[in-house]
Design a binder for this molecule. Structure first.
Ligand code: NAI
Length: 478
């Protein structure tokens, strides 16, 4: 029986299990990896701490890691993204019951406070008996950040005080670290020293890793899963193409057709979002800072202009930049009555929610979970989704299984690589070799009825590749 976990309601486990079974069929990559490694169990001895949205798809990922021999503990990487039935099913496990849970310790529920969120992350990093993980599977880099900051302050023997104007979340992190370092000095350094590596899921987390490595602060090797082609060119694009409108629909049920929608950022996520809104009949306007992406948007048929130009007239605003301060409070003040504002980038700093709350005389009226009206003193109001946090996971259920099978097959392969072939991945940030990227794609073809053409030997020689691949040089951009 599992003694440690914290989820909303174990009685949801049966529903969760049903959905996990449905998802397994839609996740052929993960299921093929389970089959391939059923005997070898290359993750035996791995103690993996996961910090990634606790959804049904993630449940299939967790159970794949376990099938490959790993011990796993999990937290979500966002306060709103947990699907409580998925969390319950993972805790109960395929063979347990709500009375006798036998699965994986999960610390996650939908609607955590920031204090609870960082408590959950710390719990997932704490093995029974004071033991620690030797691998991290991260999404956005929060677990990696906690370990690095913990180790830094442990070494310094002190946790700095937060400045008054620091973001609330940073104050919460510092308080959590101060408590844990007071309790067990040296613990974070020990955890950091025991980690063989981290596999990072998303653009924002990957930015953090490269920055840490540039500054000489990275403490263990990392695999950048995001930049596998079968991750960012699929999950970020086709995943958001599905889950953006799903989130807007579930939150507002507003007819998107005919409306003017502004998508800030035309990277992989922005491309998927723009296409999905256009698919619903919206007139889509893109904002960009990068001339290449702006030109791409223009050639894809979108008007490209600045937010200032359209902020008074558009109906729907979506941020996809992974950058900070994109929609400011003064922008929101100028928006139309009942304009919809949401973010699908990783962190909530794309929309200045703190600035919005500080407008004199503004009122927040909660419509339902993760949907708020913000009423300005003149009586007009806007609708903000998921308090500015990623709306596809806050207002809907995130990306569907098939696309996540691509992302998570990369994750599992990256975990195997880092855990079993540490010598091949020295301190630094690595991407998976192309043959493994192509393998992930290959595992998803049959399910879609795709028939590949095989190169002849002459053709392979002519273009200078192997008949079996890789088919493209590393600099090819897809
Ligand atoms: P990306 O780097 O491909 O695209 C971001 C784009 O935003 C870039 O083209 C950049 O030039 C543009 N940009 C930056 N500052 C801007 C500004 N001030 N105004 C307008 N455009 C600006 O990154 P990607 O992969 O599209 O990811 C974006 C964010 O979405 C990241 O935070 C990532 O972690 C997150 N993400 C969220 C997912 C979800 O399910 N919600 C799934 C995948 C990624």
């Amino acid at each position: 029986m599992l003694t440690e976990f914290k989820v909303a309601d174990l009685s949801l486990a049966a529903f969760g299990r049903k959905e996990i079974q449905l998802a397994e069929h839609e996740m052929p990559g993960l299921m093929a990896v389970r089959e391939e490694y059923a005997e070898a169990r290359p993750l035996r001895g791995a103690k993996i701490m996961g910090s990634l949205h606790m959804t049904i798809q993630t449940a299939v990922l967790i159970e794949t890691l376990v099938a490959l021999g790993a011990e796993v503990r999990w937290a979500s990487c966002n306060i709103f993204s947990t699907q409580d039935h998925a969390a319950a099913a993972v805790v109960v496990g395929p063979n347990g019951t709500a009375e006798d849970p036998q699965g994986v310790p999960v610390f996650a529920w939908k609607g955590e406070t920031l204090e609870e969120y960082w408590w959950c992350t710390e719990q997932a990093l704490t093995w029974p008996g004071g033991d620690a993980p030797n691998m991290i599977l991260d999404d956005g880099g929060d677990a990696t950040l906690l370990v690095h900051k913990g180790a830094e302050y442990d070494a310094a023997g002190t946790v700095p005080s937060a400045a008054e104007d620091d973001p609330d979340e940073w104050k919460v992190i510092l308080a959590a670290l101060r408590r844990s370092i007071d309790r067990t000095p040296g613990r974070w350094r020990e955890i950091a020293a025991g980690i063989r590596g981290v596999t990072e899921e998303t653009t924002t987390g990957v930015h953090r890793l490269y920055e840490m490595h540039r500054n000489g602060a990275l403490l263990f090797p990392a695999i950048n899963v995001n930049d596998s082609v079968t991750k960012s060119k699929f999950d970020n694009k086709y995943g958001c193409r599905h889950s953006l409108v799903d989130g807007i629909n579930r939150a507002t049920d507003v007819l998107i057709g005919g409306k003017v929608a502004v998508v800030c950022g035309y990277g992989d996520v922005g491309k998927g979002c723009s296409e999905s809104l256009r698919g619903q009949g919206a007139r889509v306007i893109v904002t960009e800072v990068d001339p290449i992406c702006a030109l791409q948007a223009a050639m894809d048929g979108f008007q490209v202009t600045t937010l200032e130009d359209v902020v008074d007239t558009a109906d729907i605003f979506v941020t996809t930049t992974g950058n900070t301060g994109i929609i400011r409070a003064d922008h929101m003040e100028r928006m139309k009555h009942q304009a919809i504002v949401g973010n699908i980038g990783h962190f909530d700093n794309e929309i200045d929610m703190a600035g919005l709350a500080k407008i004199a005389g503004i009122r927040r009226i909660n419509v339902k979970p993760q949907v708020d009206e913000w009423v300005f003193p003149d009586g007009h109001m806007i609708i903000v989704l998921s308090e500015g946090r990623l709306l596809n996971l806050g207002n809907a259920t995130g990306h569907p299984s098939f696309v996540m099978s691509n992302s998570f097959t990369n994750q599992v392969i990256a975990q195997i690589e880092l855990f079993t072939r540490s010598d091949a991945y020295p301190l630094g940030v690595h991407v998976l070799p192309k043959h493994l990227d192509e393998k992930v794609a290959r595992l998803h073809l049959d399910a879609l009825g795709v028939k590949l053409t095989t190169l002849t030997k002459e053709q392979a020689a002519y273009i200078g590749v192997d008949v079996e691949g890789p088919y493209k040089p590393d600099h090819y951009r897809y």
